[in-house]
Design a protein around this ligand. Structure first.
Ligand SMILES: NC(=O)C1=CN([C@@H]2O[C@H](COP(=O)(O)OP(=O)(O)OC[C@H]3O[C@@H](n4cnc5c(N)ncnc54)[C@H](OP(=O)(O)O)[C@@H]3O)[C@@H](O)[C@H]2O)[C@@H](O)CC1
Ligand SMILES: [K+]
Length: 493
């Protein structure tokens, strides 16, 4: 699991560590790690042109010290200051190694001619959008075409949330120190960070529980339920799927397909006759219970391990009664799509519930759960809003979108690293609901089911992509390959 901590936490840990170390030791460690990555990004250090974008704080200091190391190895290093203040000792080191400071009139030329640009404008000390003088340099870096290496985080990205106001550096690689920062894992920040490299500066023992985690394949492998010798279909989990309607039959077919491919013991589809017939035509291994739309609550099956409710189900009164009945039970429930919209009108259905509950909204649906919040606010600050919803509803929330974020009350949030824009396609969310629901029925907690479901779903999207657009049905077909890849990473095959 890669862990990320907020700026306040990093500052406290840094203070405790610094008190035990000689002056400047941490910056030397950081700069050495930074210079090593910079050297790997250049075909050859000797003779390479390196431009440093230098702000007034320690982030600029890191860039200057790393620049000094590269200059000693024969690189032509030019420091472009964003303002009158620069880290004095760092600048002295650069000068002693043969590098130099350039004036504003040379800035654009130096940056566009560079073989590598190192962004040391601001790190964890950045507040709000980049100031004009810094934004200009960030813009030159973007236009230069040279690879960009960000120091600690791309300047202009909010370290704690990933929010970006105005201009921000687009990095190819980010070298982050001591611990990851949440903004490196959550869009829009994650989209600016490129490949994230971690440099250990010894902060680990000083750090408390993280604010955010990003799982790796072996973390997922360790959680996935797998059948034992004594498993039968009931012990492997029975998932009830209340999805689809006369108007949206596909949602039922896709949710059931996602569940079956995830390896659940049995999927019981619940819905009206014509939709059930369609589901069975696609998935003969599913079991269907026909439900009269006029009698939504009376005939719901009871021998069920977990529920998925909502995709394509509609907003009519019968769907509302069905939701109320399912949430009144004690089985784990994944609430998606239309059922989330219904929940927005009756939030107590989840707030009063103690059994495990997982909500899987996209930004528009989450806005319905958080009155007074616009969809755009949610897109800009995904982590913050997912966390708030989890606290207000007292359950697990998986917020779908550019970065899928999972939040639970009192626990570190999770950012899914496998997401891809390929997943932004009709029906993709229905597949995710079935997939995560199957894991819930297999005995995972809502947080683990959400984390594993999102990871496998993203991976399936990447595996299904062979140059052409990916449909939701392709995603279902690629789930077994995604599971295999994860199991291999976990050393289980
Ligand atoms: N923590 C650790 O363990 C270690 C940390 N290390 C490094 O230190 C970095 C943190 O350094 P830091 O504290 O000096 O802050 P930093 O990021 O340079 O920013 C402050 C400067 O930016 C300015 N500024 C602020 N907002 C701005 C804006 N919107 N737009 C433009 N400018 C803005 C602000 O100006 P002021 O407000 O003072 O006028 C000030 O000049 C950290 O990220 C890592 O790289 C490593 O060396 C060792 C281990
Ligand atoms: K930076």
């Amino acid at each position: 699991m890669r862990e990320a901590h907020t700026v306040d936490t990093v500052r406290r840990a840094e203070g405790a560590l610094m008190a035990r170390l000689p002056e400047g030791a941490l910056m030397r460690r950081a700069a050495a790690g930074l210079a090593a990555v910079a050297a790997r990004m250049l075909p050859r250090v000797y003779g390479a042109r390196v431009a440093l974008l230098v702000g007034g704080g320690d982030n600029g200091g890191d860039a200057l010290y790393a620049g000094a190391t590269l200059a000693r190895r024969g690189a032509a290093v030019r420091a472009v200051p964003a303002g009158p203040r620069v880290h004095e000792a760092g600048l002295a080191a650069l000068r002693a190694a043969g590098g130099r400071l350039v004036g504003a009139e040379e800035a654009e030329g130096e940056i566009s001619a560079a073989d590598l640009v190192i962004d040391g404008l601001v790190g964890i000390g950045g507040r709000g959008g980049l100031r004009a003088s810094h934004a200009v340099l960030a813009g030159y870096a973007t236009r230069s075409g040279a690879p960009v290496l960000a120091v600690d985080l791309p300047s202009g990205v909010d370290a704690d949330t990933g929010a970006v106001e105005g201009e921000a550096v687009h990095a190819d690689v980010t070298v982050t120190f001591g611990t990851h920062k949440p903004g490196l894992f959550v869009d829009p920040g994650a989209g600016h960070a490129g490949v994230v490299e971690f440099v250990d500066i010894g902060l680990g023992p000083e750090l408390p529980a993280p604010r955010l985690c990003a799982p790796r394949a072996d973390d997922i492998a360790a959680l996935l339920p797998r059948p034992g010798v004594e498993s039968d279909k009931y012990r492997r989990g029975v998932l009830a799927v209340a999805a689809g309607s006369g108007r949206y039959r596909g949602a039922a077919v896709l949710a059931v397909g996602g569940a079956l491919r995830a390896g659940v013991g049995m999927v019981r589809y619940i819905g009206q006759e014509s939709v059930a017939a369609e589901v069975i035509r696609h998935w003969p291994e599913a079991v269907a219970s026909v439900l009269e739309p006029t009698d939504p609550a009376g005939r719901l099956p009871t021998h069920v391990g977990a529920w998925v409710i909502g995709p394509g189900r509609g907003l009519h009164p019968a769907a509302e009664v069905e939701l109320e009945t399912v949430l009144a039970g004690d089985r784990p429930v994944l609430v998606d799509a239309d059922a989330i919209t219904l929940l927005g009108r009756r939030p107590h259905l989840v707030r009063d519930r103690t059994a495990p509950t997982l909500l899987t909204p996209h930004a528009g649906e989450l806005a319905r759960l958080l009155p007074g919040t616009e969809r755009d606010d949610i897109e800009a600050r995904r982590l913050e809003h997912a966390t708030r919803a989890a606290e207000e509803y007292g359950c697990t929330v998986l917020l779908k979108g550019s970065t899928t974020v999972i939040a639970e009350p009192g626990a570190p949030a999770v950012a899914n690293p496998t997401g891809t824009p390929l997943l932004a396609t009709a029906g993709s969310g229905d597949v995710l609901s079935g997939l995560s629901g199957a894991l819930l029925a297999g005995g995972l907690t809502p947080g683990a089911a959400a984390m594993c479901g999102a990871f496998l779903h993203g991976l399936a999207g990447r595996l299904a992509h062979d140059g052409a657009p990916v449909s939701a049905s392709d995603l279902i077909g690629a789930i077994p390959a995604a599971v295999r890849l994860v199991e291999e990473a976990g050393g289980r095959r």
